[in-house]
Design a protein around this ligand. Structure first.
Ligand code: IPD
Ligand code: CA
Ligand code: CA
Ligand code: CA
Length: 257
């Protein structure tokens, strides 16, 4: 909550602090760094023996520790830098490498999503569950595009076009944690993306699972948190979405002509 208040305070005031990281368009601001400092301080005080993987600080402690916190202090930095009102804080706890607890806080909407293994998922402490949409053709999906999209043909553009054609729409919020939270509470029926990091998705994975959804790799195999690829749905449309995503590379000629 303190980090959320900080993000709201800084909103519209970070222009002079915006910097690019390794790639054009991959931004970081003073708000990312200070939000992370607030969260790290809290975790160090309460769980000094746990390891942390935080977007702006990297690995802190032994990442092979049984307990690893995956922290995105500001998910949706590009939105934030442009004052586009869609960003969140995402904090997940991995136990032996598996997401077991997650918190996603969207300060502008005042929405706090929480989940813990076996205890269900909540939005502002009210139980939530995934949608009942049973056909891809009736679904609304979400996706995103990684910062390396200019450098690779494997950039999700073809998948986006293909699924836009087959569904009622594909949204791009610019914040992976919000996309996953919206799968969990049924606002979208499914989400896929590549090029992600564990801090983008650790909290959202357990949130979707505890809300009754399914989270896997594109081929429906077990999710590999460090692979960057994720597919999360209400579980009913999971197989259909997987089939479509798997056939896209064969259709993919984007950028080759
Ligand atoms: C990004 C957002 C975006 C996704 C990118 C992420 P950041 O995180 O989640 O939606 O498409 O791949 O890197 O940099 O704003 O924390
Ligand atoms: Ca992120
Ligand atoms: Ca971030
Ligand atoms: Ca970032």
């Amino acid at each position: 909550m303190a980090a959320g208040a900080l993000l709201q305070d800084y909103l519209g005031k970070v222009e002079d602090t915006i910097m690019e990281k390794e790639r054009p368009g991959d931004l970081v601001t003073v708000a990312d760094k200070e939000s992370e400092a607030v969260i790290l301080d809290c975790l160090h005080r309460h769980f000094p023996e746990h390891a942390i993987l935080a977007e702006e600080s990297g690995n802190l402690g032994n990442y092979q520790n049984e307990y690893l916190w995956a922290i995105d202090p500001l998910d949706g930095t590009t939105n934030y830098a442009h004052q586009y009102p869609c960003f969140a804080i995402s904090i997940g706890l991995l136990i032996n490498g598996v997401p077991r607890l997650g918190v996603i806080y969207d300060p502008l909407r005042g929405e706090l999503f929480q989940a813990a293994m076996g205890l269900g998922a909540t939005l502002n402490r009210h139980p939530i569950c995934v949608s009942q949409t049973n056909k891809l053709g009736k679904s609304l999906l979400a996706t995103g595009f990684a910062y390396d999209r200019r450098e690779t043909l494997n950039n999700n553009y073809a998948e986006f076009c293909h699924l836009t054609h087959l569904t009622q729409g594909v949204r791009r919020s610019g914040a992976a944690s919000i996309d996953l939270a919206h799968v969990a509470c049924g606002r979208v029926d499914g989400y896929w993306e590549r090029g992600l990091s564990p801090w983008d998705i650790a909290a959202g994975v357990i949130l979707v699972q505890e809300a009754g959804g399914k989270v896997t790799a594109y081929d429906e195999g077990p999710l590999k948190l460090y692979s960057g690829k994720i597919m999360a749905t209400n579980s009913i449309i999971h197989k259909s979405l997987s089939q479509e995503l798997l056939q896209v590379p064969a259709l993919n000629t984007w950028g080759q002509n």
